[in-house]
Design a protein around this ligand. Structure first.
Ligand code: EPZ
Length: 421
């Protein structure tokens, strides 16, 4: 299926101010959690992205009414009447599996098409099922569908083998209406988990410990609608900071929570970039080469896997040799082949990629295979010699709101060529 493409002029020094949008990976679980109340929930600062539109489609299919205007999303789940998320919807966005917990808590049962893997890995759900079963949920998998049901949810003791973000979120949203107390140990600690705890508690839940490895949920009888503002997107913010370094520019990124991007700031400083943090904005000015450094992706607060491709793009032009180790996903090096087409010198040894810095990348015809690989190639095109044609922009649309406008305002020269029907 052909997708839109970007034609990007290289060697454009970017400078100015850019404001990050709300976080996609916070908004998706928050949207799913609105199913838990029989009222209306207003989410502010929701980014207008294709993943968000797909989740709105899922909620509509389940019977919720939604209204999305100027980044404010109103979800009325009083009219919830469905219980199946079909294959077509699941294929559009695997994050739809986040309705599992809320639907079991609200409706007692749900049927979702097994989410397909995606470019970066098989994305199993064994930890989701392990936790839900501890709460009394029966899970059946057949004909490519997952059927989950529970007569009565009861609190349980759950130990996650992997601090899975999605599994932590599905267990939290199932446990809030369970009878008794649930403990989740080895829980994911990402900021998006804390944002979900904050929404749930505003709805009347009793959740504590998000952001640490141990989360305690005391079940309540009922939850109500509320209002909540989505946290800023730490991955979008990090992407913009890298754009400043790669183009030798000067960019101030607004609407950031500095603590959420501390691993990114630390690595940029290690490479010699000048990063100044001032309240809710971070500024990066950089001239000349960055010194090479190594990266190892880990669960939060370790270095985020969602920034790995963008940092690899940066390191292709660093002074020296870098090693990037991807410990979270088993197939998150698809951007390597495309970066190599642009003149990068990278070899892959299992989970590690060894990058020898080159003076500059060259424009080429390249293709985005997934969201963050697309972001990495977008940044590379802005820094490379000559022009680049970047195919597969639909992947980038999933995670970056108003990317063209934001980058044109910083001085980028790019055109979007819409796919021919
Ligand atoms: C969330 O995915 C994010 N997506 C991902 O962002 C992010 O990369 C990931 O967390 C890690 O931070 C959303 O929040 C919508 P995991 P999720 O469960 O929840 C394995 C992006 O680019 N695993 O923490 O699916 C899994 O295969 C996306 O915005 C199991 O083995 O991630 C992976 O190797 C990409 N069994 C690792 O754990 C399970 O039951 C981490 O997965 C669940 C996960």
């Amino acid at each position: 299926m052909t997708m839109d493409r970007y034609v990007i002029t290289g060697k454009q020094r970017l400078e100015g101010r850019v404001r990050t949008s709300g976080a996609k990976n916070a908004a998706l679980p928050l949207m799913a959690a609105t199913i838990l109340s029989e009222g209306k929930t207003v989410l502010q600062g929701v980014p207008r992205l294709s993943d968000i539109m797909h989740m709105i489609g899922v909620l509509n299919k389940l019977g919720c009414q939604t209204e999305f205007k100027d980044n404010e999303l109103v979800i009325d789940s009083s009219t919830l009447n469905g219980s199946t998320v079909d294959e077509e919807l699941m294929r559009k966005m695997r994050g739809s599996n986040l309705v599992l917990g809320p639907m079991i808590a609200r409706n007692g049962r749900v049927k979702i098409s097994r989410p397909g893997g995606c470019a970066i890995g098989t994305r199993p759900m064994d930890q989701h099922f392990k936790g839900l079963k501890e709460l009394g949920v029966t899970i059946q998998e057949r004909h490519g569908y997952i059927e989950a049901a529970a007569k009565k949810l009861k609190g349980g003791e759950i130990y996650l083998d992997i601090p899975s973000v999605g599994a932590t979120e599905n267990i939290m949203t199932a446990a809030v209406l369970a009878e008794g107390t649930t403990m989740i140990r080895n829980a994911a600690r990402e900021p998006e988990i804390v944002d979900l705890q904050n929404l749930l508690n505003k709805m009347g839940a009793k959740v504590r410990g998000a952001g640490t490895h141990i989360i305690r949920i005391d079940g309540v009888k009922k939850l109500n609608g509320t209002e909540h503002a989505v946290i800023p997107d730490r991955i979008e913010a990090g992407t913009h900071l890298i754009a400043a370094v790669m183009t030798g520019g000067d960019i101030t990124v607004e609407n950031v929570i500095p603590e959420h991007i501390s691993p990114v700031i630390a690595k940029l400083r290690q490479g010699g970039a000048e990063v100044t943090v001032n309240g809710e904005s971070a500024r990066v000015r950089h001239k000349g080469k960055l010194k090479a450094f190594d990266i190892k992706t880990l669960p939060y607060p370790g270095f985020p896997t969602d920034m790995q491709p963008q940092f690899m793009a940066l390191l292709t032009m660093a002074e020296g040799t870098s090693i990037v180790t991807e410990t979270i996903f088993e197939n998150r090096f698809q951007h390597v082949a495309e970066l190599t087409r642009m003149g990068a010198k990278i070899t892959i040894e299992g989970r590690a990629a060894i990058i020898c810095g080159v003076p500059t990348l060259e424009g080429a015809f390249v293709e985005a295979t997934d969201l963050r690989a697309g972001a990495a190639l977008f940044l590379s095109a802005l820094a490379a010699e000559e022009g680049t044609v970047l195919e597969g922009v639909d992947h980038i649309d999933r995670g970056y709101e108003n990317l063209e406008e934001k980058y044109r305002a910083l001085g980028a020269k790019l055109q979007r060529v819409v796919k021919q029907p």
